[in-house]
Design a protein. Structure first.
Lengths: 162, 162
């Protein structure tokens, strides 16, 4: 099972490809952050996001895309930009016949730290440990993408525990 | 000059194709409302929106897409859904090499009614008159799409007046 975890954003969109083998070991395959500049026009930014994600999908052939659910209380200046990017992300997955799973942010935190209100640093440390990384990836968007990818891979066993 | 005016939305996305001839007469070519059900999953709704708009673009070959600018004070329960739909709308235009023009909502009202704080009914009545329609189109999203399309067509002369 290969999952593509994505942390949606227009300026920075984190992504992580994680593979789980039959023994439920998780292995990071590749990761990165798609960045588009605020000085670039919105149509070109969204097109770049779509094309880059499609390349990643074609290269790694994930079975599923995992995203955090979006809530209006996540409101901030960038909510409109993030939502437009999110629409494009959901679209590129759907047009490539990939199922999309959405997880509550609390469940994502729970699944990597065991604590639903864990802070960013705690998540980053756990992602580093769980995926045997040499260091915490930067920018932060990548660790968030890894966390939501891991959340999907762990969700079956988590569902049993909750 | 053919403009495709769009009023972005996930449940209902209004659209209008308007042609302006050399004498600056505006003529409605076609219009409609793309509706997707709340019971349908988001990926399928966004895919339907993308495909239907692409069909409209291929059929009428507009030169430009006209949209209202989106502001955070337009905040409401549907802002996340609308923004995701908006991302897909901007994308389908960009991937079909269509330029996108965005207009301030006040300018849209100004351009069809002469008054930047006009109400919905006033806009609907003026759109009906300006495009010589037999009746006000329903749902409301269509008149909004017509208004933003007209705004683009009128914007050159408006810019002179303002």
């Amino acid at each position: 099972m290969i999952v593509l975890g994505i942390d949606p954003g227009l300026a920075r969109c984190g992504w992580a490809v994680i593979e789980q083998n039959a023994r439920k070991d998780n292995k990071i395959i590749d990761f990165g952050c798609i960045e588009t500049k605020a000085t670039t026009e919105l149509p070109q930014r969204l097109t770049a996001l779509y094309s880059t994600l499609e390349e990643i999908i074609n290269k790694y052939k994930p079975h599923v895309v995992s995203l955090e659910k979006q809530y209006l209380f996540m409101n901030n200046k960038s909510v409109l930009a993030t939502s437009q990017a999110r629409g494009v992300i959901v679209l590129v997955a759907a047009r490539n016949n990939l199922p999309i799973r959405e997880y509550n942010p609390k469940l994502v935190k729970m699944s990597v730290t065991g604590y639903g209100a864990a802070d960013k640093q705690q998540i980053q440390r756990m992602v580093k440990i769980l995926l045997k990384l040499k260091e915490i990836p930067t920018p932060d968007d990548i660790a968030d993408a890894m966390a939501v990818g891991l959340c999907h891979l762990n969700s079956a066993s988590l569902n049993l525990k909750l």
